[in-house]
Design a protein around this ligand. Structure first.
Ligand code: F6R
Ligand code: MG
Ligand code: MG
Length: 368
C-alpha cells in the first residue's frame, strides 16, 4: 500500500481592509506558484483561506518536514508577499517572521500540520483552519471527539474505536525544543483534561489509534507570541483529521463544534470569543472576529484529491452560527471587563503593561 504525506502549511501574508481576508490576486499568486513549481514534487494540492490566512494543502511522497515541500510553500508565500506589498495589502508578509530557511518552516511563523499515512482503500480526511484564535482552540473539540461517547458513539458501538486513543500533548511555553507528553484515553482522561483546560500552554499535537497504532490527527502547535516574544498576531491553527472505520466518523469529529467553546483571540488577539463554525473562504468582520473555524472534507487516492466537501455548509450549522452570534453579543456587552478580555499574560499588545508602569509611579502607600 502506498505511503502518502498530507501537508498543510498556512500563513497570513496580507489582507484586504485590515485583517479580514486575502485578495483574489494574492490567492491566485500563491496557487499559481504551487501549480508551476510543485510539478514533479507534489501529487496534488488545494488552496483556500479562512479569514486572513491562506492554507496550502499538498499531497506527496516525501514524508513530513521535507525541506523541498516546506521550501515550495514558503516560496509561494514569499511570492505572494510581493503581490501583497504591490497591492498595498495590510500586514504583508506578517507571518514570515524568520527569513533564514533551515530545512523546514516550523518556528518561522507559518503553521504546519502534516501526516505520513499508510493509505487505506478509501481515505477520508478533514482539513480544519481557524482564524482569530490559537492552537489550543482545538483542545476541547479533540478531547470530546476522542474520549466522550456523548459525541463519539463509536466509543460504545465500534470495538476498534473503543480501544481508545493515544494523545500527544505539547507544552508550548517551552520553546527551546519540543516538550511533549503521551497520555492514553480512556485510562488517563482526567490527566488529559487537566492539561487541555490550559489552552495557552498545553496543545494537542497528534492523536493515534490504539487499535492499529495509526495516526489520526495532526495539529499545528506554533505560538508566534512565544517565538517572537512580542505581539505578532494570533496563531490561527490548522489541523488534519483522518476519519471513519477504526477512527471516529466525520460527524463525530464535527459534533463538539456545536458547543462553540470560548477560545482566546478575537479583537487584537486579546479577548475571549465563541468558536464559530463557518463555511469555506469566510472572512472576518465583527470586532475583528468572532473566532472562526472551517472544515473541508476530502478523499484521496494515491495522493489525488477529490473536490472538497464543505462540512459546515449545512442548515444545522446555520443554527449553531446563530447561537454563536448570540453568545458573542452576550460577551461583548461587557467589553473589556473580566472574562471578556484575556488575562495579562495573554494580552497581545503592550498598552496595558505600559499604562500600569506609568500608574505605578502615582500609587502611594497610605500611612496608618
Ligand atoms: C487579531 C487581529 C486584529 C488586529 C487589529 C489591530 O489577531 O489580527 O484584531 O490585532 O485589527 O491590528 P493592527 O495592530 O495591525 O492595527
Ligand atoms: Mg492578520
Ligand atoms: Mg489570521
Amino acid at each position: 500500500m502506498a505511503k502518502i504525506t498530507l501537508s498543510i502549511i498556512k500563513a497570513d501574508v496580507g489582507s484586504i481592509g485590515g485583517h479580514i481576508k486575502p485578495s483574489q490576486k494574492l490567492l491566485e499568486t500563491v496557487s499559481n506558484y504551487i501549480k508551476e513549481k510543485g510539478r514533479g514534487l507534489i501529487i496534488d494540492y488545494y488552496i483556500g483561506h479562512t479569514g486572513d490566512d491562506i492554507a496550502i494543502l499538498t499531497t506527496h511522497k516525501k514524508g513530513v518536514l521535507n525541506p523541498k515541500i516546506h521550501k515550495l510553500c514558503l516560496d509561494a508565500f514569499l511570492t505572494g508577499t510581493k503581490i501583497a506589498k504591490a497591492q498595498g495589502l495590510y500586514g504583508a508578509g506578517q507571518d514570515l517572521l524568520v527569513s533564514a530557511f533551515s530545512g523546514n518552516v516550523k518556528g518561522m511563523g507559518p503553521q504546519v500540520a502534516e501526516m505520513e499515512i499508510e493509505e487505506r482503500p478509501a481515505e477520508p480526511f478533514l482539513m480544519f483552519m481557524a482564524d482569530k484564535t490559537e492552537p489550543g482552540a482545538f483542545n476541547l473539540p479533540l478531547y470530546l471527539a476522542f474520549t466522550d461517547p456523548m459525541h463519539n458513539a463509536g466509543l460504545i458501538l465500534s470495538p476498534k474505536v473503543k480501544e481508545g486513543f493515544k494523545f500527544v500533548i505539547m507544552d508550548v511555553s517551552y520553546t527551546k525544543v519540543d516538550k511533549i507528553i503521551e497520555l492514553k484515553a480512556p485510562e488517563e482522561i482526567y490527566d488529559i483534561a487537566a492539561l487541555l483546560r490550559d489552552t495557552g500552554r498545553f496543545v494537542v499535537e497528534s492523536i493515534f489509534s490504539r487499535a492499529s497504532g495509526e495516526q489520526v490527527v495532526s495539529a499545528s502547535t506554533t505560538r508566534l507570541h512565544n517565538i517572537a516574544g512580542k505581539y505578532v498576531g494570533k496563531d490561527d491553527p490548522v489541523m488534519l483529521v483522518r476519519t471513519q472505520k477504526d477512527f471516529p466518523a466525520t460527524g463525530e469529529i464535527l459534533s463538539p463544534y456545536t458547543i462553540t467553546p470560548l477560545v482566546a483571540g478575537f479583537m487584537r488577539g486579546s479577548h475571549n470569543s465563541p468558536l464559530m463554525p463557518v463555511k469555506k473562504n469566510t472572512s472576518i468582520s465583527f470586532f475583528d472576529g468572532p473566532a472562526i473555524v472551517s472544515c473541508l472534507a476530502f478523499c484521496e487516492k494515491e495522493g489525488k484529491l477529490t473536490e472538497s466537501a464543505d462540512t459546515f455548509d449545512h442548515p444545522y450549522w446555520d443554527y449553531v452560527r446563530e447561537q454563536a452570534a448570540q453568545e458573542t453579543q452576550e460577551l461583548r456587552r461587557q467589553g473589556f471587563f473580566g472574562a471578556a478580555m484575556l488575562p495579562m499574560s495573554e494580552l497581545e499588545y503592550t498598552g496595558v503593561m505600559e499604562t500600569l508602569k506609568e500608574l505605578e509611579k502615582r500609587f502611594k502607600i497610605r500611612k496608618k
